[in-house]
Ligand binder design. Structure first.
Ligand code: PEP
Ligand code: MN
Length: 358
């Protein structure tokens, strides 16, 4: 074969490439049209019976030189790519992702704009035990300019024999204290059926680590117009955490705060291992504010200050910690809660480090 002939054949192959390209894209456009029609009719996009018919038709008409199995493989790839074309963009980029929304989400609660660059605090007892107990912490929080008070009413305890919280009574105490001290309150809800009731009493719904993949709870919290603080699961990857937040936002509620609270590792020196690098990763990957719970991650009072410093330094939007007027008699997490003088010391050491626009 002369060089000229080779050149001619190569040119032909190039032309055919362009024709195939044109045909594949033409097919893609038709498939997109089919997708729209299927959507309008509410029909599933993936249709294995139809794929089988198309493949059979290709096999029947194949007169080589390609093997049938090779062609089947090539066409299967074309079918797969076409199906992906039919899927909306939002299937690929999550609603919580920065790809979808480059600017920060700001969650407004009681004059606090969480996620706007300022760093804030959420403090309060592990569990609501009495009006007096919550009011004492509320006073201490208010004295320090903290705007959001925490307190568990429904406690997801490891043992069913441990204090389970005061339930609705606890929410009522929180709500009363919130009004009296002009604070916002956050409390954990564990049952999807309690969400509707809770929104009358709390300013932020907390979804706890043990419920991070309670999808019915996530959907229920996503269906109401109330900020949600979602904690990372005990053994959840960052990707699973992000997908859990997606469950909430997919129902329409985009007022979500993520909270890193430590994960379970082989390390026993701390209650959990605070995954501090999760903070910048979550800030990069999502547009949501990110908090760090220093109490449940460390389970150690002596680590509350250095971990909170780390959280502020690494760019968290705020820090959560437990404070109890008399931790020794607390009905849950007694060893890790700060008393009020300890809290004052802690927050006074952190305030100069926290970003606050004046
Ligand atoms: C809590 O904050 O009260 C709590 C139980 O934390 P976690 O869900 O992170 O264990
Ligand atoms: Mn606790």
């Amino acid at each position: 074969m002369s060089n000229g002939e080779l050149e001619q054949l190569r040119n032909k192959a190039n032309d055919l490439n362009l024709q195939i390209l044109k045909l594949i894209n033409e097919r893609g456009r038709i498939v997109q049209e089919i997708g729209k029609t299927k959507d309008a009719q509410g029909v599933h996009r993936y249709d294995p019976v139809r794929e089988r018919t198309m493949l059979d038709n290709i096999i029947k008409n194949n007169d080589g030189p390609f093997e049938t199995s090779t062609l089947q493989h090539i066409f299967k790839e074309i079918f797969k790519a076409s199906l992906e074309l039919q899927e909306d963009d939002h299937r690929k980029a999550l609603l919580v992702s920065r790809k979808k929304k480059p600017e920060n989400t700001v969650v407004e609660v009681n004059g606090e704009r969480i996620g706007d660059g300022d760093q804030s605090f959420i403090v309060g007892p592990c569990a609501v035990e009495s009006y007096e107990q919550v009011a004492a912490v509320a006073q201490a929080a208010k004295n320090q300019g903290v705007k959001i008070l925490r307190g568990g009413a429904f406690k997801p305890r490891t043992s069913p024999y441990d204090f389970q919280g005061l339930g609705l009574e606890g929410l009522k105490i929180l709500s009363k204290v919130a009004k009296e001290y002009d604070l916002a309150v956050i409390s954990e809800i564990v049952n999807p059926a309690d969400i509707e009731t809770a929104i009358d009493y709390v300013d932020i719904i907390q979804i706890g680590a043990r419920n991070m993949q309670n999808f019915e709870l996530l959907k229920a919290a996503g269906a109401v117009n109330k900020p949600v603080l979602l904690k990372r699961g005990l053994a959840a990857t960052i990707q699973e955490f992000i997908n859990a937040a997606e469950y909430i936002i997919s129902q329409g509620n985009d007022n979500i705060i993520l909270c890193e609270r430590g994960i379970r590792t082989y390390e026993t020196a701390t209650r959990n291992t605070l995954d501090i690098s999760a903070v910048p990763i979550l800030k990069q990957e999502t547009h949501l504010p990110v908090f760090v719970d220093v109490t449940h991650s460390t389970g150690r009072k002596d680590l509350l200050l250095p971990t909170a410093k780390a959280a502020l330094a690494i760019g968290a939007d705020g820090v959560m910690a437990e404070v109890h007027p008399d931790p020794a008699v607390a009905l849950s997490d007694s060893a890790q809660q700060m008393n009020i003088p300890e809290f004052d010391q802690w927050i006074n050491a952190l305030k100069p480090l926290a970003a606050v626009k004046s």
